[in-house]
Design a protein around this ligand. Structure first.
Ligand SMILES: *Cc1c(COP(=O)(O)O)cnc(C)c1O
Ligand SMILES: [Zn+2]
Length: 427
C-alpha cells in the first residue's frame, strides 16, 4: 500500500511522512492510499476479525485493529489507551419508525468522545517525528483527548478554547491531564485561526481535524460499525456536523472500502447541524454553489462552529454517498438527548443532533420506513453535566413537562419518606 498527501484542490502530492497541513496552493490535503500488488485486501475482514482474540493493545484497539487502512506504524510507535472499543446498540422502535435503528456510541472512548480515534494516530505521529509539543483549538473534546494522549506520550500540550463556552466535563479533563489551557477571548473560529498561526511559526504539531492524519483514525468509526453489522450495509449513517471532520473521514472510509473490494455498496450520510450553526446546511441547500461562514450559537457546544475547515472534503462525502444535510433546533436536540439518556445510554447535546435529525428526515419521508439507520453518538453524557441538569431542572424553554425528571426535596422524616415511596410505587 502506498500513501501520499494529496491536495484536494490542485492534485499536487507531498510525502506523507513530512508533517504538513495544507498544500502550497492553500488547498486541503488528503492521505491518498493506493493499492499495491502485494496487498491482500479480500482477506482484511478475516485478519481484523482474528485480531479480536489477541491481547496486544494494538489488536485490542478499535483503531489499530484496522491498521492497514490507518497508518503503518511499528507497534512500539503507537500511543494508545487502547481506544475505539465502542458498542453498537439496537434502539427501540418507538424512537424512529424504521426497519432497524442502531446507535454507535463513541462516548464510550477512553476520554469520552470519538476524538480519541484521531488523537491516537495524531500523537503517535507527533512522537515519531520528534515533536516536543502539540496543540489544537477546540470546543472541548479535542483538547480533552489531546491532553490525555500527550500526557501518555510525555509530550507538552497547549490547547486554545473559546472563553466561557466550553462544557465543564471537557475543561476539567484538559486541566486534569495537564495541558496548558488558553481561554481565548472569542469563539471557536477565532481560536482556530490563532492556533494555525502559532503552528506555522513554531515547531509545534497541530492536531485539529484540518490535520489529514487525524482523520485517518476517525475513518475507523465507519469501518468498525460496518463490521459490527456483519458487513450488512445500512441505508443511512446519521451524524452531527461541526468542523466536518467525521463527515470527511466517513466519506473517505467508504470510498476506500469500496475501491478495495471490501464492501460493494455504501450507506447514505445524513449530516445534522444545529439551526444557528448551520453553514454546511445552507451550502447544501443552494446546491453547494456557495459557502458562507455564519456566527454560530447553539446549546450543542461541540458543533458550535461557524466556519468548518473541512468544508470542501465534506462536500465530496455528501456527493459521493448521495447524502443529505439537515438542521435541527436546540429544543429538538435536547428532547432527542433526553430520549437516548432515558435508555441508559446517554450522550452530550451535540451527539443527540443525530437522533433529532433522523426523526426530522423520517418525518419528511427522506428516511423511509423500510430503511436501516445508524445514528452516531459522538460524546458521553458526563461531558456536559450543565446542559443535562438545566434541562431536568426546568431551566430550558419549550421542553414538555413529561420529558423532565426534576429532583424533589424531601424532609428527613421517616413518615414523609414512607408516604413518598408509596406514592412512587403507585405511579
Ligand atoms: C468534535 C465533535 C463533534 C463534531 O464533529 P466534526 O467531525 O467536527 O463535525 C460532534 N460531537 C462531539 C461530541 C464532538 O466532540
Ligand atoms: Zn494544491
Amino acid at each position: 500500500m502506498k500513501r501520499v498527501l494529496k491536495c484536494v484542490k490542485c492534485g499536487r502530492e507531498y510525502p506523507v511522512d513530512v508533517p504538513r497541513y495544507r498544500c502550497d496552493c492553500g488547498g486541503l490535503l488528503d492521505v491518498k492510499i493506493t493499492k499495491e500488488k502485494k496487498d491482500d485486501f479480500p482477506h482484511l475482514k478475516e485478519i481484523w476479525e482474528r485480531r479480536k482474540c489477541s491481547s496486544k493493545p494494538i489488536d485490542q484497539s478499535g483503531v489499530w485493529r484496522f491498521r492497514e487502512l490507518v497508518y503503518p506504524f511499528k507497534e512500539d510507535e503507537i500511543v494508545t489507551f487502547p481506544e475505539g472499543k465502542t458498542n453498537l446498540y439496537k434502539l427501540p422502535a418507538y424512537l424512529l419508525d424504521v426497519r432497524a435503528l442502531y446507535a454507535k456510541h463513541e462516548g464510550e472512548n477512553p476520554t469520552g468522545s470519538f476524538k480519541d480515534r484521531g488523537m491516537t494516530i495524531g500523537i503517535s505521529f507527533a512522537k515519531k517525528f520528534g515533536y516536543k509539543m502539540v496543540t489544537c483549538a477546540s470546543t472541548g473534546n479535542t483538547s480533552a483527548a489531546l491532553a490525555a494522549y500527550a500526557a501518555r506520550a510525555g509530550l507538552k500540550a497547549v490547547v486554545f478554547i473559546p472563553e466561557g463556552k466550553i462544557a465543564f466535563g471537557k475543561l476539567s479533563q484538559a486541566l486534569a491531564y495537564g495541558a496548558k489551557t488558553l481561554q481565548i477571548q472569542g469563539d471557536f473560529d477565532d481560536a482556530m485561526k490563532a492556533v494555525q498561526e502559532v503552528a506555522a511559526k513554531h515547531r509545534i504539531y497541530l492536531l485539529n481535524s484540518l490535520n489529514p492524519i487525524r482523520l485517518e483514525g476517525q475513518k475507523t468509526i465507519m469501518i468498525h460499525t460496518l463490521e459490527q453489522l456483519n458487513w450488512n450495509i445500512p441505508d443511512w449513517f446519521v451524524l452531527p456536523g461541526g468542523n466536518l471532520g467525521n463527515t470527511t473521514a466517513f466519506g473517505k472510509a467508504l470510498m476506500e472500502l469500496k475501491e478495495f473490494g471490501i464492501i460493494d455498496r455504501v450507506p447514505r450520510l445524513a449530516v445534522i447541524q444545529a439551526k444557528n450553526a448551520n453553514p454546511f446546511y445552507l451550502a447544501y441547500k443552494n446546491g453547494f454553489k456557495e459557502f458562507k461562514p455564519v456566527k454560530a450559537e447553539t446549546v450543542a457546544t461541540a458543533i458550535r462552529i461557524g466556519n468548518p475547515v473541512n468544508y470542501e472534503k465534506a462536500k465530496r462525502s455528501i456527493l459521493y454517498t448521495k447524502g443529505v444535510v439537515e438542521e435541527v433546533s436546540d429544543r429538538e436536540i435536547m428532547i432527542a438527548k433526553s430520549q437516548t439518556d432515558r435508555l441508559g445510554i446517554g450522550c452530550e447535546p451535540a451527539s443527540a443532533a443525530s437522533l433529532a435529525g433522523a426523526k426530522k428526515l423520517r418525518k419528511k419521508g427522506i428516511i423511509k420506513k423500510e430503511d436501516t439507520v445508524v445514528i452516531l453518538l459522538t460524546g458521553h453524557l458526563l461531558k456536559d453535566p450543565g446542559a443535562t441538569t438545566d434541562f431536568h431542572l426546568g431551566k430550558m424553554e419549550g421542553i414538555p413537562k413529561s420529558a423532565i425528571n426534576m429532583p424533589e426535596k424531601i424532609e428527613n422524616d421517616p413518615i414523609k419518606i414512607e408516604d413518598k415511596i408509596k406514592e412512587i410505587l403507585q405511579e
